[in-house]
Design a protein around this ligand. Structure first.
Ligand code: FAD
Length: 241
């Protein structure tokens, strides 16, 4: 297969760095480093889950060089930020010879290491919708050694009101070829009592619809077990329980 040649104007890369407030969304340039995302006051204010998850990516040296857009475009299912992007319902802006287009979050991650970015396109920025007040967040990552990749990770966003969970969004890291939402858990949490028992019952469904692999780090059934345990912990923390 012949690939089109992609000529990148390096002077444009500077335009792909930075974080800006765009009203109802936070916009993060693809070439913004993990370090800058982690320490951004805007990200902490409007996308605290992203700041939290980014702080678990590798070590400071990697976070100073690696980029938000590079991690998402690479689409390693063990990467921590993919599940976060899914949970927020981010939009992905890609650009190529035909101009710019926006890809909805649910359509961006297509298969193992494959995204909707075409061979003659680059990811230029990611739009994170502001969720508003009342949301808690937690990213829980299980790994064998400090600062290493997730065996399984869970990104949870939970909105509470009047003693109930009104909405929950749960993204799973490394539970298949692409990041996935724990849809059955989310459905069980919607309108549930904000109690430890209700959260545990909902978290028991976290593995439904997932297709984890077995590898040197963990067998598939162990990943399924981890998904339920980590989902319970992440949702409890995000719900302030
Ligand atoms: C030792 C080590 C440990 C790590 N641990 C973790 C971890 O625990 N959790 C985690 O989530 N990540 C981890 N990472 C990944 C790291 O955080 C980087 O995000 C990742 O390597 C991408 O780096 P980069 O931005 O330099 O992209 P590159 O390595 O330059 O690019 C990665 C791929 O994406 C493509 N690409 C890059 N930018 C774009 C773009 N804007 N548009 C289209 N395609 C693009 C490149 O062509 C390449 O194919 C680790 C990396 C290392 C080296």
């Amino acid at each position: 297969m012949a690939y089109p040649s992609l000529v990148v104007d390096v002077s444009k890369v500077d335009e792909m760095r930075g974080i800006r407030d765009d009203g109802d969304a936070l916009v993060i340039g693809a070439a913004t480093t993990h370090h800058d995302v982690q320490h951004s006051a805007l990200v902490r204010e409007h996308a605290g889950l992203l700041a939290e998850a980014t702080s678990t990516v590798a070590d400071p040296a990697v976070r100073h060089r690696g980029t938000f857009g590079g991690a998402l475009a690479h689409a390693d299912p063990a990467g921590d930020l993919l599940a976060v992007a899914l949970a927020y319902g981010c939009d992905f802006v890609v650009a190529g010879p035909g101009g710019r287009r926006t890809v909805a979050g649910a359509d961006f991650f297509q298969d193992y290491l494959q995204t909707a970015v075409g061979p003659d396109e680059v990811l230029v920025e990611v739009r994170i919708p502001k969720l508003g007040a009342g949301w808690g967040h937690s990213y829980v990552k299980f790994n064998r050694t400090a600062q290493s990749w997730a065996i399984v990770g869970v990104a949870a966003l939970v909105k509470r009101s009047n003693g109930t969970i009104s909405e929950a969004r749960v993204g799973l890291t490394n539970m298949g070829a692409t990041p996935v939402r724990a849809s059955a858990t989310e459905a069980a949490l919607a309108g549930a009592d904000a109690s430890a028992g209700a959260v545990a019952a909902a978290a028991a469904h976290a593995g439904e619809g997932t297709t984890p692999t077995s590898d040197l780090s963990a067998a598939a059934d162990y990943r399924l077990h981890l998904a339920t345990v980590l989902t319970r912990r992440a949702v409890l923390t995000a719900a302030g329980l």
